[in-house]
Write a protein that binds this ligand. Structure first.
Ligand code: ADP
Length: 421
């Protein structure tokens, strides 16, 4: 392994994994902090997806260190601590404390702070983070329920979370190229600075910054910074040329879609799949609560459908229906009931020969992946921005695509299968 990534949430992990995959690194995503001594799969890059963005600081630090140990044991030469491109955190952390712990473990002299992601409108100038045309603290992130961002100055934001001095590589230096940036790191390190915020407005800037950190053992940033890292491994002769995969080989077997997402994008995709002739069965949370739609019956229905066309099992409903169900069952109970049903259905379907599975819904995906006891996914071709096909590395032999609610074009459920061979 060349690059080890510790991501502070699941969708962020997929994001950075896709970025590395596109840049020609064979990338595997591991879900959750690996158990002590657990071996990681072989790949150019391994991304460990944690849930450490808003958990208690001590837990975030412990999980991140555990992930770091596993990545180092598997041969990682460089560690990227990946957080959100809007620097989602509070004055308590978790970015600062996790970065401090990794810095100490890796004996790093200096680490960059670069949440910039120009393709998504996240840019940094004079150390101020912008979301599109707005400074971070004026963007909708100011009202985030868990991590409201009320400042845009990354030196101050990081400074509130760490004792270590924080400096800046400004845009003029980035424009002057990697050597100039490296000279600035040297000068700042000489002054005792441990973290360096790096300005970046374009992808070209991220390539310059990538080149400038070839010998840094620890980096911190958003998925954008990953764009400039594969070039270093290539230049060092450690990584060959590899185009991003366009298809994924899927084991022979049945195909199906499980959808617990009630987002308008998903509901549109369900409509399109039904219009395209996909056999579809709706799960009714009230029936599930009353034991009226047992898993065996649902699975039996799915397996009776002609196997040339993927079947669709969905609980997705419009907001009024969902609200009515939540009134009857309670919001959490309704959600948990449906998630548990999908987890059990996925497990039974996999035992019955399902090998190609599309799941819609972030929480639903989490439940299904847990139900299938899947811990490791190899990233394959991108179906729509942010949603790749993945191959299960350490569980049932199958390929899965996990789509969070609002992602994907209207024909997502219909077109995704074309990327499988
Ligand atoms: P998204 O990514 O669109 O937010 P999630 O899977 O994360 O989708 O969340 C959808 C939640 O709604 C899940 O907890 C799911 O179990 C629940 N749910 C799905 N269908 C219904 C329904 N008909 N009524 C109430 N809750 C539902």
């Amino acid at each position: 392994m060349l690059l080890g990534v510790i991501a502070d949430d699941m969708t962020g992990a997929t994001d950075v994994a896709l970025m590395l995959n596109r840049a020609g690194m064979r990338t595997v995503q591991v879900i959750g902090a690996p158990a002590q001594g657990a071996a990681l799969p072989e790949a150019d890059a391994v991304v460990v997806a944690l849930k450490s963005r808003t958990c208690p600081v001590a837990e975030a630090v412990a999980d991140s260190l555990r992930a770091c140990e596993a990545l180092l044991a598997a041969g990682a030469r460089q560690i990227l601590f990946k957080y959100c491109s809007t620097f989602d955190s509070t004055a308590q952390g978790n970015i600062g404390p996790v970065a401090d712990a990794l810095m100490q473990r890796l004996d790093a002299r200096i680490a960059i702070i670069c949440p910039a992601f120009p393709a998504n409108g996240r840019s940094i100038y004079q150390g101020y983070l912008f979301v599109g045309p707005m400074p971070l603290h004026e963007s909708s992130m100011k009202d985030h329920p868990l991590t409201p961002m009320r400042d845009s100055n990354l030196m101050r934001l990081m400074g509130a979370q760490t004792e270590a001095p924080v400096g800046l590589v400004d845009y003029a230096t980035v424009l002057a190229g990697p050597e100039a940036v490296q000279a600035r790191y040297q000068a700042l390190a000489g002054e005792g600075v441990r973290y360096v915020v790096t300005d970046a407005l374009t992808n070209a800037d991220l390539m310059v910054l990538g080149a400038s950190v070839a010998d840094h053992v620890l980096l911190t940033g958003g998925s954008g910074i990953a764009m400039g890292l594969p070039q270093n491994f290539r230049q060092a002769g450690l990584l060959g040329e590899r185009a991003a995969p366009e298809t994924l080989h899927a084991p022979p077997g049945r195909a199906g879609i499980l959808s617990g997402s009630c987002s308008s994008a998903t509901r549109g995709q369900i409509k399109a799949a039904i219009a395209a002739g996909y056999p579809a069965l709706k799960l009714d949370p009230l029936a599930l609560a009353a034991g009226g739609q047992p898993v065996e019956e649902v699975v039996g229905w799915a397996l009776r459908q002609p196997d040339e066309t993927p079947f669709l099992l969905y609980s997705s409903d419009d907001p009024a229906e969902v609200a009515a169900i939540q009134d009857r069952l309670g919001r959490e109970k309704a959600g948990a009931l449906v998630e548990e049903a999908f987890a059990a259905i996925a497990r039974r379907l996999s035992e019955a020969g399902l090998t190609r599975l599309l799941v819609a819904g972030g929480e639903t995906s989490g439940a299904v992946v847990q139900g299938l006891a899947v811990r490791t996914l190899e990233i394959g071709p991108e179906i729509d921005p942010g949603v790749p096909w993945t191959r299960v590395v350490d569980g049932p032999e199958m390929v899965v695509a996990l789509k969070s609610g609002n992602f994907g074009a209207p024909d997502f459920f219909v077109k995704a299968w074309r990327l499988l061979d």
